[in-house]
Write a protein that binds this ligand. Structure first.
Ligand code: GAL
Length: 139
């Protein structure tokens, strides 16, 4: 695993914070991941995993030492060597994912205590040009 970016927010990222990743995938890209983690107990609250080998985006959570039921995005709007923007934010019920401002996924929270989601990381085949973490004010 190649860690490209990691940030912690001790007060919690969910709900209320929006992550906006701008980047490009290299020609030899096979997959990358954006993970929202519960830092204290090794859970992955939300694993967002575009796979170029399958032209599919797999979403899942890793809890109690295993992966749960996978959920797939309905579309794959990513191309190798093409710049993209991914925005992920959550409200109290779901993570919401937009690629280039089109919604591609709504993922119902599986972690009960959202306050424990304190870390975000970007992993593997992606060249990050910017990553913005911004407060969403819609509550
Ligand atoms: C596994 C893969 C993990 C993760 C998981 C999601 O097959 O090894 O990295 O993507 O699927 O369900």
């Amino acid at each position: 695993m190649t860690l490209r970016f990691e940030a912690s927010c001790p007060d919690g990222l969910c709900p209320g914070w929006s992550i906006i990743l701008k980047g490009e995938t290299p020609a030899e890209a096979s997959k990358f991941e954006i993970n929202f983690l519960c830092d204290r107990d090794d859970k992955i609250a939300f694993h967002f995993n575009p796979r170029f080998t399958e032209s599919d985006i797999i979403c899942n959570s890793y809890m109690a030492n295993h992966w749960g039921q996978e959920e797939r995005c309905s579309s794959f709007p990513l191309g190798k060597e093409e710049p993209f923007q991914i925005e992920i934010y959550s409200d109290s019920d779901n993570f919401h994912v937009y690629i280039d401002e089109t919604k591609v996924m709504q993922y119902k929270h599986r972690v009960e205590d959202l306050k424990t989601v304190t870390k975000v990381q970007v992993v593997n085949d992606v060249n990050i040009s910017s990553l913005e973490i911004a407060k969403k004010h819609f509550y």
